[in-house]
Design a protein around this ligand. Structure first.
Ligand SMILES: Nc1ncnc2c1ncn2[C@@H]1O[C@H](COP(=O)(O)OP(=O)(O)OP(=O)(O)O)[C@@H](O)[C@H]1O
Length: 222
């Protein structure tokens, strides 16, 4: 991001954003409620376009991406939304496979990979359950599996541990740390300072703080 700003109306929510998420890095994004964390993630996903300045995603100016390029770019980004929504009439296994279908890939040809991923997030026994039958922690793990089914380079997670207990938070964190160790860039928006402390024992995590529309960090990568 280079001197990027964004506002939903005339007032900027975010301004003077100049930072780089290096490939393979692990960042937390913190800040009070309403500071703009979700908005920041949406800029990283090209769901919103900077009002001024530039947001560059995988070397491309997000403001100049056409529809096809946006779709291709998003295939390289896995998003875990704050309120992980699913299609309630489909089993969780099919929900996790949905991005493959949307991208026109033959999900049946990737059955083994899909089952391996479902096992990796610990949901094999729940694969045929419908989303409303899952616990909060199971839903979060399903949302993570769906976010990484396309093998993205960048993972954006918005309060991924917001609705789960501490044990499940640690489990989700371990999955995200493992993905980072596989080379994926990870950005997690969270209020949870204990989670950040726990991550620092596992990966080289940097913390970005959003306040007053500006981002600051202790790390050298700003
Ligand atoms: N679609 C929208 N239209 C107008 N204003 C919005 C919209 N989405 C968010 N906002 C406003 O932008 C500001 C930042 O919202 P955002 O959701 O990015 O904050 P946040 O830091 O993620 O908050 P939280 O921690 O509560 O999830 C808030 O004042 C919010 O009301």
């Amino acid at each position: 991001m280079h001197d990027a700003a964004f506002g939903y109306g005339a007032e900027p929510i975010l301004s003077a954003l100049s930072l780089r998420l290096a490939p393979g890095s692990f960042h937390f994004l913190t800040g009070p409620s309403g500071a703009g964390k979700t908005t920041f993630l949406k800029l990283c996903y090209a769901e919103l376009v900077a009002t001024t300045g530039a947001v560059t995603i995988f070397g491309e100016d997000a403001a100049r991406l056409d529809r096809d390029k946006i779709a291709l770019t998003r295939q390289r980004i896995g998003v875990v939304h704050q309120d992980c929504e699913f299609l309630d009439h489909l089993p969780i296994r099919e929900n996790i496979a949905l991005p493959l279908t949307v991208a026109g890939r033959d999900s049946s040809a990737q059955d083994a990979n899909l089952d391996e991923l479902i096992a990796w997030v610990g949901l094999s026994a729940r694969a045929q359950a419908r989303p409303p039958e899952l616990s909060g922690g199971e839903r979060q793990r399903a949302a993570l599996a769906r976010a990484i089914i396309m093998d993205p380079d960048l993972i954006l997670a918005d309060e991924p541990t917001g609705n789960v207990d501490w044990e499940m938070s640690l489990r989700l964190l371990q999955l995200l740390c493992a993905l980072n160790k596989m080379g994926k860039t990870v950005l997690i928006a969270t209020h949870d300072m204990a989670l950040i402390r726990a991550a620092k024992a596992q990966v080289q995590a940097r913390v970005l703080r959003l306040a007053g529309g500006r981002v600051s960090a202790a790390g050298a990568d700003l």
